[in-house]
Design a protein around this ligand. Structure first.
Ligand code: URA
Length: 325
């Protein structure tokens, strides 16, 4: 039997990451014929405004002869994308391998129309794909490519944010030297800041997570001299003027206080150099210690300084969503 084809209107897939795919109206047609595939209505094709179905050549306005029955307006069909690769691996096997669920559960997800490949809902079980194709389950991106690595590293104090420091100082590369992938650090932490730094060989994700356009929030715990005035949170939320422009926090709270000092949590989506230190110094509370505890949906958790852990597939999916991928 010829492997079934999964076809539908091409979609960039951009922005669809957080949407649950609409189940197709028909799920049959697994005879591999282009016609059966083309008639399958995917959520992507309907969302894009593509014509539902039709045969014959597209007609321009004014070219229909009055003697002929009036046809519904038609547009040139959109390019079709075939997600099936005969040399690929069965979709349910890849999903199960990525930890989505057992092979059986993954088969059910597919037949229920909850799995999208390259922006198209796939409902047949015979579809094979390459692990590098873009897969979403219930709108959450699933990374199937096992060569992709996503680590949450707890950068210790005194370590330079560089994979290879030119001056020979202790750097991040020293902690992942036994790994074969070429890793990038997502953003930077000062040498005297501790905490969460994401490491990955997924260049596009790393780039987007750092881009101001995606505004990924980061949480810091700062120890500062106390007491903390009641209006400090409001001042920081309203914005503080720095020499390179204003900065405002998304949120601020006092976590703990003791005579002469306080532990505060600030959340901001800025990536400028020394931004937390400069902001708190500007309002009269220079940072004593600084730890980053979250980056977007990823938490440092109990990973010890100098250690790293692999992100779960759910965490990777959440990062993709944060980066609108
Ligand atoms: N803001 C700082 O001041 N330092 C860091 O390391 C990160 C954010």
């Amino acid at each position: 039997m010829t492997p079934p084809k999964s076809r539908g209107a091409a979609s960039s897939g951009r922005g669809s990451g957080r949407r649950r795919p609409t189940p197709p109206r028909t799920s049959g047609g697994s005879d591999g014929s282009g016609a059966a595939g083309a008639s399958r209505g995917t959520g992507a094709s309907r969302a894009s405004g593509a014509p539902k179905k039709g045969k014959g050549k597209p007609q321009r306005a004014g070219t229909t002869r009055p003697s002929q029955p009036t046809a519904a307006p038609q547009w040139p069909s959109r390019p079709r994308v075939d997600v099936h690769d005969p040399d690929g691996v069965r979709l349910q096997k890849l999903l199960a391998g990525a930890g989505v669920g057992s092979r059986r559960v993954c088969e059910d997800l597919i037949t229920q129309g909850r799995v999208e490949v390259d922006g198209q809902v796939v409902t047949e079980l015979g579809v094979r794909i390459r692990p590098t194709q873009t897969v979403h389950v219930d709108g959450v991106r699933i990374q199937l490519d096992e060569s992709r690595v996503y680590l949450a590293f707890n950068k210790p104090l005194g370590v330079v944010t560089s994979m290879s420091d030119e001056l020979g100082r202790l750097d991040i590369g020293d902690f992942v030297a036994n790994r074969k992938e070429r890793l990038f650090h997502v953003g930077r932490l000062d040498a005297d800041t501790e905490g969460l730094l994401l490491l990955t060989n997924d260049g596009e994700l790393a780039h987007r997570l750092q881009h101001p356009r995606y505004g990924v929030p980061k949480t810091y715990l700062a120890q500062i001299p106390g007491p903390v005035p009641r209006d400090l949170g409001r001042r920081l939320r309203d914005g503080v003027q720095l020499e390179d422009g204003p900065v405002a926090v998304d949120s601020f709270r006092v976590v703990d206080s003791a005579p002469g000092k306080a532990l505060v949590e600030v959340v901001l989506h800025e990536g400028r150099k020394h931004i937390v230190r400069r902001m708190l110094a500007e309002v009269g509370h220079p940072v004593i210690t600084l730890v980053r505890t979250t980056v977007g949906p990823i938490h440092l958790g109990d990973t010890k300084p100098g250690k790293w852990r692999n992100l779960t597939s759910t965490e990777v999916g959440a990062l993709y969503a944060a980066a609108d991928l």
